[in-house]
Design a protein around this ligand. Structure first.
Ligand SMILES: [Mn+2]
Length: 347
């Protein structure tokens, strides 16, 4: 069981993470390296040492961001891909086994409300496509929850204009180009690449999104047919679309040994392209967590898992989705479920 930590700037100290029952792995990154720069090996080693000193282990890097020029297929991409591969090589040399990354144009995970009040008094992240369509991006990302300072008006406009010609198929080509060059490096470095599905799993702001379902996972893993070319199974991202059969996706990808990391969280689908993040237990959302973990167990998954996001409970304040308490509850719930499944299956 692992837990995401935003580095020394995180309000949650590693010594607290160490006290969550059964959590031994940390998921982290170098958050102050400019996108497109090589991650210096000494900096990555220092991060791993800090985590090690707390009695934990850096088991996943999430994420090394992919530069927009790579996603856009611009001529500068070759140099950027070389640098990306160099960072992956550094991971391998330090024995960090899994890299979670994504290939979403401009926007990473996106929500329309970062603190939607819930009936129990907690707050949760939520998304509503109709609310998203009302967000005015003409002045930059100031009106988009969680993205306030990311892009000013001019840079966002230029970037969105650049994506006008990038159809889904072209984005797939750019992803294939990237993987053909990075996966062989990852394979020889002993690093498993694990793409995170797009969140939410549909196009937003007119930008293409392609990693949205099991068929996309399958296509991606066949571009470069290497065990190093795998996926992060995120039950919350994929579960936002009720047509995704989560246990079937686990069996399909896990059966081929391509699930290298699992994000397990629950969502309540509240309408078409609308959802609220729910507490982890199956009964409280639309993800059948028992079925998901059973499928993971059955296909031999023994890699790192994390509770992904949590609600804000017990008056906690902090980074939306990344408080301590609800994620800690998620981690213990998931371990209880896993223990039950393991014992029933006699392994
Ligand atoms: Mn996730």
């Amino acid at each position: 069981m692992t837990f995401r930590w935003y580095g020394p700037q995180d309000e949650i100290p590693l010594r607290y993470i160490r006290q969550i029952p059964g959590v031994r792995g940390v998921v982290s990154a170098l958050y102050d390296v400019a996108v497109g720069d090589v991650w210096p090996k000494p900096r990555l080693a220092a991060l791993a040492d800090t985590i090690d000193a707390a009695g934990l282990v850096l088991s996943v890097v999430e994420s090394i961001p992919v530069h927009e020029d790579i996603k856009l297929g611009r001529p500068t991409r070759d140099r950027l891909i070389d640098r990306y591969a160099e960072s992956v090589r550094h991971m391998g040399e330090l024995g960090i086994p899994v890299l979670c990354y994504n290939f979403m144009p401009i926007f990473d995970w996106t929500r329309t409300d970062l603190a939607m009040p819930q009936p129990d008094g907690s707050t949760a992240l939520s998304y509503d496509d109709a609310a998203l369509s009302r967000i005015d991006l003409s002045h930059g990302t100031g009106n988009l929850p969680g993205w306030a300072t990311a892009y000013d008006a001019a840079s966002l406009q230029a970037l969105r204009a650049a994506y006008q010609d990038v159809t889904e198929e072209r984005l797939w080509e750019h992803l294939a180009y990237f993987l053909e060059r990075v996966v062989p490096v990852a394979e020889s470095a002993g690093v498993k690449m694990a793409i995170h599905p797009d969140d939410p799993p549909w196009p937003i702001f007119g930008l293409p999104r392609i990693i949205t379902n099991g068929a996309a996972f399958d296509r991606l893993t066949r571009f470069v047919d290497s065990p190093a070319n795998g996926v992060t199974f995120c039950s919350g991202s994929l579960g936002a679309n009720p047509s995704n059969d989560l246990p079937a996706i686990v069996r399909q990808l896990g059966g081929r040994g391509r699930i290298h990391f699992a994000h397990c969280r629950n969502v309540k689908v509240t309408g078409p392209r609308s959802f609220t993040e729910a507490p982890h237990p199956s009964a409280l959302g639309d993800v059948d967590m028992h079925a998901v973990l059973s499928a993971l167990h059955e296909t031999g998954f023994r890699g790192p898992m994390r509770p992904d996001h949590g609600r804000m409970i017990w008056g906690e304040t902090g980074r939306p989705g990344y408080g301590l308490y609800d994620r800690a509850l998620g981690a213990t719930y998931l371990q209880g479920l896993w223990e039950g499944i393991s014992r029933e299956r006699g392994s």
